[in-house]
Design a protein around this ligand. Sequence first.
Ligand code: DX5
Ligand code: ZN
Length: 246
Amino acid sequence: MIELAPSILSADFARLGAEAQAAVEGGATVLHVDVMDGHFVPNITIGPPVVASLRKVSKVPLDCHLMIERPDEFIPAFAEAGADWISVHQEACIHLDRILHLIAAHGCKPGVVINPATPVHALDEVLPLVHHVLVMSVNPGFGGQTFIHSSLKKIELLSSIRESRRLGFRIEVDGGIHHETVADVVRAGAEILVSGSAIFEHGVPSENARQLLKSALDAAKQPVQGLSSALAGGAAGDGGNSLSLP
Ligand code: DX5
Ligand code: ZN
């Protein structure tokens, strides 16, 4: 099942409730909340009070992507605020197994995230524990960056590992997802599509969401053709592992 998870990072924070509702009207079934601490990533965003406010105006799952150091210290506060899914970066967690159990113990769905430079195999031991794996297709910290093409191979690999090990985690992708990249990530095996600037930066969020979701669903119906050319860097985006600087 393909789901759209708009990232509120690119929304107008003065109108956050209305922006979130518009995205849901357009077909979004998850809201993605980017939490940054200025240490793990070079940017600062929001914390549990904003999650609590969103919780009051939206019924869809709140997918909290923690781009922070020592995430274990903040999991109780996000759970209390109403987070449904909480994901932590593999790179930020020395005791990743323990933190994933901690998220579940607080009643949330645990997710694990990998940066573009982190291989899928770094997750081998924790895949049975997670509800979702989030593949970063930009270096985290900012919206509006260029999609990193090599993430397609990682999505494909995760999909085949899931099948061969008979696991149930879902595959999410985050960064640079818009009309030109969405078909490739869906064909590679991504099911939860995070998109920020393509939903909120220009035009009408509900319509942007509707169109992006339609492109994703259309791609899911097509046979997997041309993926190998996409994986080779020929079908979308900038065609290579470009440095995605803000
Ligand atoms: C980046 C965030 C993303 C970002 C996506 O650190 O995790 O969720 O907001 O934004 P776009 O879709 O604009 O790349
Ligand atoms: Zn994110």
